[in-house]
Structure formats: structure tokens, C-alpha cells
Design a protein. Sequence first.
Length: 318
Amino acid sequence: MPDIVIAFFALGLLAGLIKSDLKVPKATYETLTILLMLTLGLKGGMALHGETHTLQISELIAIIALGFIIPLTLYPILRKVILLEQKEAISIAAHYGSVSAGTFAVVLAMVDYSDLPLRPETTLYLVLLELPAIIIMLWLHRHLEAKNNPQITTASHGSVLHEALTSRGVVLLCGGVVIGWLYGSEGMAPLTPILMGGFKTLLALFLLEMGISTAKVCFPLPYKQWRLLTFAAIAPFVLAWVGIGLGFMLDLPSGSILVLAGLSASASYIAAPAAIKAAIPDANIGLAMLASLGITFPVNVLVGLPLYQIWIEKLALN
């Protein structure tokens, strides 16, 4: 049986499809998002407590590089094959180069459930992959726009960069990592029963809302966007192999490889939409949400992650 949290996503998806009045209040969803991202950061920081000397800088640099390479590779595909306009191709490349905190939480739960080996710094992958794609694609947008509009300045680019770096998700993740690293398990003991012990409950409720949201975004399907829908369904399986390949190159344990594969295959629907909406107001965020949340997220959660685990286990045996 898959992890129990997946059942909550399926329940939310079913509720949305049958047009049930079930919904998670907006304030509750905002609270769940804050607690989930903070808990993810704290878990990563606690894992690093006392283990900083084992950090492999070359490994972290490779992870960051991946965050730049994926969107720059996807952009020409989105332009020439999917036939998107420039701003839409930039937007969706940024979403797919960035990563999904929800997918990360699910894959961490899978790793725990399967008792797979995990490096302490694995939780840093989410932080390291969150921003590079957004930054490089916003830079590309400014660069391309500057050719036609000389009034675009580095100051405006700097303001966008500042907004991306100070976004809620980044502050919570990075702040959580620092706090968890400084205090460790002993210092975090008063909060452990609520945050760490309640992690799966938070994730289950979050996925319930994600299932409802997926149904709203995805149905009825806009069939005229069939190229983008096809891309969103196929891309996770291709991008997962990028993460798997890098994981084996870096000689990571199987749990860390699975996390990296899941992140590589995911697409942001929290950090990237906010940053892109602020930087490219006329970009169609609905298209990006259709692809990332409507197609790629459920494909990863329901099909992709268990399949990636099988691939990794088979490769590890060879």
C-alpha cells in the first residue's frame, strides 16, 4: 500500500471531481502552508546539527547548478516544440526549474515509510533548488525585454530578485534550517511533539486541499492546450532521470537519490507563481498552474514517485 498521505490527495481530487462542497478554508490552508514549510526547514536543520563537517560542497554546488540547467534546457523546448509565447515559455520554464515543496514533503514521507538511507543535507536540496530557476528565468526575461525596451534597468531586476529572495517560502525554509541546525533535537524538544510529530497530519490536510485545487484547475481540461498538457504529463518522468543520474554520479544513498529525483520531476506552484506574477504581470499564471498543479503534481504523487523508487532500487542492484 502507498503511504497514507497519498489517500488524502485522492480524497480531495475525488471531492473536487464530484463537485462536493468540501473545502479547506483559505486561512487554514495558509496556516498549513506556513507550518509545513517551517517544519521542512526545521527537519533539515536538525539533521544537519552536529553534522556540518560532513557537508560535501561539490555536491551542493552540483544541486544548485541543476536548478539553472533544467529551466534553460526547457525554455527552447517550450518555445519551439510546445509553441508557447516568450513570456509563457519563460514562466513555465521557471515553474519546472523550481521545485514543489508539497512533492518534497511527500517524497520525504515515502523515504521515512520505506526506511531508505538519507544524507543529513538532503533537506537542503529543497532550499537549493527553490530559487535558481526563478532567478535565471527572470534574468532571461529582463535580458530579452531589454532588447526592445532600453528603459528596463538593473534596479528593476534587483527589486524582483529581492522579492524572490524574501518570499515567504524562502524565509520559512531557510529560517527553519538555521533554527534547527542551531538548536538540534535537544533544543527543539518542546516543539517536536507538535511540529515533527504532527508532520504527517499537516501533510495529509495539505494534500487534501491540493487534491481539491487540482480538480478545480484541471477540469474541464482545456484541450486546445494539448501540447502543454502532454508536456506536463511527460516531463516529470524525463526530469526524474536527470535527478537519478546526478544522484548516482554523486554516489548518494538511495533515499537522497529518490528525493532528488522527486524534486527534479516536480514543478513549483507556490514560490514560482508569486515571483513570476510580480515580475511578468502579463504572463498567464493559469497556464503554469494548469501544468504544474493540474497535471505534474498528481502525476508525480500518484504514479511517478513510486515508479522512481523502483527505478532506483533496480539500478542500485546492478
